[in-house]
Design a protein around this ligand. Sequence first.
Ligand code: ADP
Length: 394
Amino acid sequence: MSKTIAINAGSSSLKWQLYVMPEEIVIAQGIVERIGLNDSIFTIKHGEGQKFELVQDIDNHEIAINMLLEQLIELKIIGSYDEITGAGHRVVAGGEHFKESIVIDSEVLKTIEDLSDFAPLHNPAEAQVVRVFEKVLPHTLNVAVFDTSFHTTMPAVNYLYSIDTKYYEEFGARKYGAHGTSHRYVSERAIDMLGKPAEETKIITCHLGNGASITAVDGGKSVDTSMGFTPLAGVTMGTRSGDIDPSLLQYLMEKLELTDIKDMINILNKESGLLGLSGVSSDMRDLENSDKDSAKLALEIFADRVRKYIGSYISVMNGVDAIVFTAGIGENDINMRKEIINGISWFGCEIDDEKNNVRGEERVISTDDSKVKVLLIPTDEELMIARDVEALKK
Ligand code: ADP
């Protein structure tokens, strides 16, 4: 049986899912956390609720992958390495170069490494993982699936910043967006649910997780998205600020006596967003359970920023048929979905409280006479990756 592994490697983590394809059955999944630190955590879930966990130092991604492959044999999840015929690697930055998923050869791998400036924490780790796969599984087809590909259909009017175009031409300074695989998956599902030809649909997809982004999908294609040159831009996120006046950086650096812009960016990436606003947590659940005013205000700001993007994307597309909620918050946070949609009732959206009273299930959650459909669609980036590998195997 042919198996495909979907890999999502970060600088210190490696998440994976193993599929039987083309049946699309998940037979095992796992995560290696704290790679390169002490007490790394290695977990595999398989079979019917079986779990394997090991805590030990795992120095690098190569060791992590070798451990993973050995355990797949040990736990009898696979009989031999040859069964893994495909590996799909999530790559954060594909720049303008990669408009779709692609089989990785030495030239593609070099381009992924060359794009490291755009995602310094991710692309080098992802390239390293591909190299390990080439070494330990030489017969496996490696495919790169880029976070940015879905957004390469954005028109210049939406991807250019209002700065001298020579910065775009010389250095690639433009909006690239992220979470593309998720926006692609949920928008395709939404088009199916709307039952209209893709060309006639206008959809706004809200991927609201720890990282959050909103995308305008017109005729099945991304035409604008809230993340920018990097995932720091857009709506308020767990620990990221989202949009901010760049002059504030200079002002704060002077006040904080910072000399390295990287320290300032680090504050915006790691200490801002819901965490910075509330002083409580970056996790929605903690904020909803807190009785602090700062937590309530953080929730209001989150809902406000999402609504503002929805409003602006209705203008970008001159209309909207459906608004989609997905990812951790979008799939599970009944109150937040209601908060967001109640604030844009003027556009003709109305939540059905009974239908909305659900977590992680694909369904319509607006009332029957709501002019704009509101859809809850659990995302599945790994499945999208496995499908892309399958399509490229042929
Ligand atoms: P990541 O970007 O890390 O993949 P997720 O998509 O897993 O993030 O989303 C994490 C967010 O989802 C957290 O803010 C978490 O609080 C929120 N979340 C998860 N479950 C619930 C729930 N039942 N109610 C509200 N928020 C939830």
